[in-house]
Design a protein around this ligand. Structure first.
Ligand SMILES: Nc1ncnc2c1ncn2[C@@H]1O[C@H](COP(=O)(O)OP(=O)(O)OP(=O)(O)O)[C@@H](O)[C@H]1O
Length: 246
């Protein structure tokens, strides 16, 4: 077990990603401390998903990604999972024909059997609805349940840093609230959370820090409450009706 004194969370430094010759992410730096939520908001195509996929090691990138101080530059994606980094992608890729529980088991990266059962019980405690549906095929779940399963699977590897790409996408407001409640519970357990969202209002309400991403760059960073109160942000991302407190 790593000493918690060395737990510094996620540090991304000068990350750049290009698709062919087009740079989608330019020199992005941000940190996420353990037990905090950092939200990245921005319009379609701003580069948010590219940023997370590169941090996970799924895309080649320039720059540095550190997990609790460890440089992950030469570490492939599956070893990043073993190191404590996990990503729930926007597409919530699940094995549709497989049962909920089998999808969860696949997330238990290199775990021994007793460890795996313990992780499974911990996920079921967080998502009782998944336990009720554990024998059901993943493809028959509702959108909200699918998001829960994608999150539950990521938690099976017991990440210290969890990256979430648009967890609220396509979900009804009540389910969104439930998903965000679970995200704040994970923060309370000490997980560092990097949350990418187009639902800027919901994201800034739960986040500690906020970053605005525009055309591949971070154009504003600060305490989430300050970002949510900024006139330009309200106009561009939060719509009419003002602050994120309402
Ligand atoms: N596989 C790819 N090949 C070429 N260009 C890509 C590829 N994936 C993304 N891009 C481009 O990179 C830019 C950033 O895309 P990205 O998906 O990271 O944005 P985003 O902020 O996550 O948007 P959204 O919220 O719509 O998912 C866009 O201009 C997009 O067209």
């Amino acid at each position: 077990m790593t000493a918690s004194a060395s737990a510094t969370g996620l540090a991304i430094e000068a990350l750049s990603v290009a698709y062919d010759k087009v740079e989608a992410v330019h020199g992005v730096s941000l940190q996420v401390a353990p037990g905090t939520i950092a939200a990245v908001i921005g319009a379609n195509g701003a580069g948010k998903s590219t940023l997370l996929n590169a941090a996970m090691g799924l895309l080649p990138a320039a720059g540095t990604v550190r997990l609790d101080g460890r440089d992950l530059r030469r570490v492939p994606a599956e070893e990043r999972v073993a190191a404590g980094l996990s990503l729930v992608s926007e597409t919530r890729d699940l094995f549709s024909a497989m049962a909920v529980e089998d999808n969860l088991r696949l997330g238990a990266f290199r775990r021994g059997r007793s460890d795996l059962e313990e992780s499974l019980e911990a996920v079921y405690a967080r998502f009782p609805r998944l336990k009720e549906r554990r024998r059901q095929a993943a493809g028959t779940l509702s959108g909200g349940e699918r998001q829960m399963l994608a999150m539950g699977r990521a938690l099976m590897s017991r990440p210290r840093v969890l990256m979430l790409d648009e967890p609220s996408l396509g979900l009804a407001p009540l389910i969104v609230r439930e998903i965000f409640r679970i995200i704040t519970a994970l923060r309370a357990d000490g997980v560092a959370i990097l949350l990418v969202e187009q639902n800027a209002r919901a994201a800034l309400e739960v986040a500690d820090t906020g970053h605005v991403m525009e055309l591949g760059e971070i154009t504003m960073s600060g305490p989430a409450a300050e970002i949510a109160a900024d006139g330009r942000i309200i106009e561009s991302y939060l719509g009419l009706g003002g602050s994120a407190g309402g």
